[in-house]
Design a protein around this ligand. Structure first.
Ligand code: ZN
Length: 470
């Protein structure tokens, strides 16, 4: 018998690879060394070839790529139900609550959200940051906890005014760029990408945040897109999210939001259209033609009551879709199921078409397709040799995962974070059997309680209704 090669970790179970062939290995194993996957195959073959100090999982486990939350803002993590029943609320409640956090509190929100995500088998999040003073604290907390992060940074450089419906007799919407700010902030993004390259093995990958047509100038959009192209990273843009935005674009430019992006020449495969719930058919075609991806947060559609994007049209046009929690629950099993149910109710039931979205589609939108949208499929999103060892191990013997017929459907329809046994990022076990290796839960509870009290005091005056009494 030849000598076995050393590995740091062997992960065993039924393996849903999400590779190009969508291979499922019934009794498989993954060998991990130096943070990467060095072998994947039949359990017996891996056991014969590799010797590891640690083994996770057994024949009853289900092993899949770590889930990817393609859209979040960590600093919203303390607000949560303060927004419920208070629509519309983003400028009134979310934004002031986020702005009120100091860097230390921003770091606390990262620890909290990362802990929630790891518990639910999420190994990568995509964070959109608008506050430069929070950036170092966010990165420090990400590195402390060990969750992989695509960090899109960028600060608004434009003032805007939206003339509300009943004021339009005398008032008109406008935008005005603040001189020199785009250059200064984009130089900071270049510097950030120098420290946190968009390619390579780093835990944090930089990306470009050009959050909206309202707050970012034409110059910022054009240059931001060039930076994203040059670095091979994504450019995150909230687009066609609400009626006010569509209305402002029509008033200022005579164009709908995605038409405006087309005019700016920024629709390409690096563009991540976030939400796009009010995209018209012509705008969906513009995104498709340019090769842009969509970041879709199904629970957010209901939480903010904006609209539900026409998912069958996006899919039929060939647009890649990434699912995100957008801080609504921070659980991608929940999010996959929300997408299944929302689109099922809206498009599947309406057409009596069970193929409105397949389980394989939904699983891809939380793994490999999401990685592609984030320009990170060279490293994550599937279990393949050479990729990072970002995995989640589920208890496949849990009663409500029985009886198994088709693993992708079982995972989308029935799996919950309750079955997550281990969450592994870059070969490091960060969560296992109720234990978080990099998080002090007592400290987390203290920080969450203090953070909740802090944002509650900030938004109290801003709510239309008093806080519920009980
Ligand atoms: Zn967002």
């Amino acid at each position: 018998m030849t000598k076995r090669q050393p590995a740091d970790l062997i992960v065993r179970g039924r393996i849903v690879t999400m590779d190009a062939a969508r291979r499922i290995i019934a009794d498989g194993a993954v060998a991990v060394r130096g943070g990467d996957i060095v072998a994947i195959g039949e359990a017996s073959a891996i056991a014969a070839a590799y010797e590891a100090t640690t083994t996770v999982g057994d024949g009853g486990s289900i092993v899949m790529p770590g889930l990817i939350d393609a859209h979040t803002h960590c600093s919203q993590c303390f607000v949560r139900t303060l927004t419920s029943g208070e629509l519309p609320m983003i400028p009134r409640i979310y934004n002031p609550a986020q702005r009120s956090l100091d860097p230390e509190q921003a770091g606390q929100t990262v620890r909290l959200i990362a802990t929630q995500l790891l518990r639910a088998g999420v190994t990568t999040m995509c964070e959109g940051t608008l506050n430069r003073s929070h950036e170092d604290a966010i990165v420090a907390a990400v590195e402390e906890v060990g969750i992989r992060t695509v960090m899109a940074r960028g600060m608004a450089d434009q003032d805007f005014h939206h003339a509300a419906l009943y004021s339009q007799v005398t008032d008109r919407s406008w935008v005005k760029a603040r001189e020199g700010e785009a250059e200064r902030d984009l130089a900071h993004t270049e510097d950030f990408l120098g420290r946190f390259p968009a390619k390579g093995r780093g835990l944090v990958r930089g990306a470009v945040n050009v959050s909206s047509l309202l707050g970012f100038s034409e110059h910022y959009f054009r240059e931001g897109a060039r930076i994203a192209q040059r670095h091979g990273t994504s450019m995150q843009v909230h687009i066609s999210r609400d009626r006010e935005e569509v209305e402002l674009c029509l008033a200022v430019w005579g164009r709908r939001p995605i038409e405006r992006l087309h005019d700016l020449g920024v629709i390409d495969r690096h563009l991540v259209a976030v939400h796009a719930v009010l995209a018209s058919e012509a705008e969906i075609q513009l995104l498709a033609k340019g090769g842009a991806g969509l970041a879709h947060s199904p629970t957010e559609c209901v939480a903010n009551m904006n609209a539900v994007p026409n998912m069958p049209r996006f899919r039929a046009a060939g647009i890649r879709v990434a699912l995100g929690c957008d801080n609504q629950g921070n659980d991608m099993f929940d999010t996959m199921r929300a997408a299944w149910l929302i689109h099922g109710a809206k498009w599947g039931v309406a057409a009596y078409d069970p193929e409105f979205l397949t389980a394989g589609d939904l699983l891809a939108m939380a793994t490999i397709e999401s990685a592609s949208v984030l320009c990170a499929d060279d490293l994550i999103g599937s279990l393949e040799v050479g990729k990072a060892a970002d995995l989640v191990v589920l208890d496949g013997n849990a009663p409500h995962l029985l009886a198994t017929h088709h693993l992708p459907s079982d995972l989308v329809r029935f799996a919950t974070r309750g079955e997550v046994k281990a969450t592994i990022v870059a070969g490091r076990i960060l969560y296992r059997d109720g234990q978080f290796m990099t998080v002090d839960l007592d400290r987390l509870r203290r920080e969450a309680a203090a953070g909740a009290a802090h944002v509650r005091a900030i938004v109290e005056e801003r709510r239309y209704k008093p806080f519920p009494a009980f």
